[in-house]
Design a protein around this ligand. Structure first.
Ligand code: FES
Ligand code: FES
Length: 136
């Protein structure tokens, strides 16, 4: 099996590894696991008042493809609005990294992690609770 250069590049020099302050209201945290292999990915976003993702960090306990997928995901979502980031598909990630079929679920993990982080951010900021807006 030959891995793509882009994949190896992200694996060897992962971008945006780290942690953002979970207690910060502008930070959304997504923690997801892959049932297929037990790997775990944490992805966090810091969102500005304008809804733009200013920063993103990840920690992945998993294979090289999962690490490369999360590295690429953080690169792609930085500077995007949360609505735009939500539209990123695992197939885009898999295609960009030329993931082999057995590694497709690693990119699914990255898509799920982005969505989970956005959901957490929205919940924290009262997107589901209109009364929070009234109180402000
Ligand atoms: Fe989990 Fe890839 S099988 S590390
Ligand atoms: Fe399971 Fe990559 S996340 S093999």
């Amino acid at each position: 099996m030959s891995y793509s250069e882009k994949l190896l590049e992200h694996y060897e020099n992962p971008r945006n590894v780290g942690t953002l302050d979970k207690s910060d209201q502008s930070v959304g945290t997504g923690l997801v696991g892959a049932p297929a292999c037990g790997d775990v990915m944490k992805l966090q976003i810091k969102v500005g008042k304008d809804g733009i993702i200013e920063d993103a960090k990840f920690k992945t306990f998993g294979c090289g493809s999962a690490i490369a997928s999360s590295s690429l995901a953080t690169e792609w979502i930085k500077g995007k609005s949360i609505d735009e980031a939500e539209t990123i598909k695992n197939t885009d990630i898999a295609q960009h990294l030329s993931l082999p079929p057995v590694k497709i679920h690693c990119s699914v993990l990255a898509e799920d992690a982005i969505k989970a982080a956005i959901k957490d951010y929205r919940e924290k900021n009262g997107a589901m609770a209109p009364e929070a807006a009234k109180a402000a």
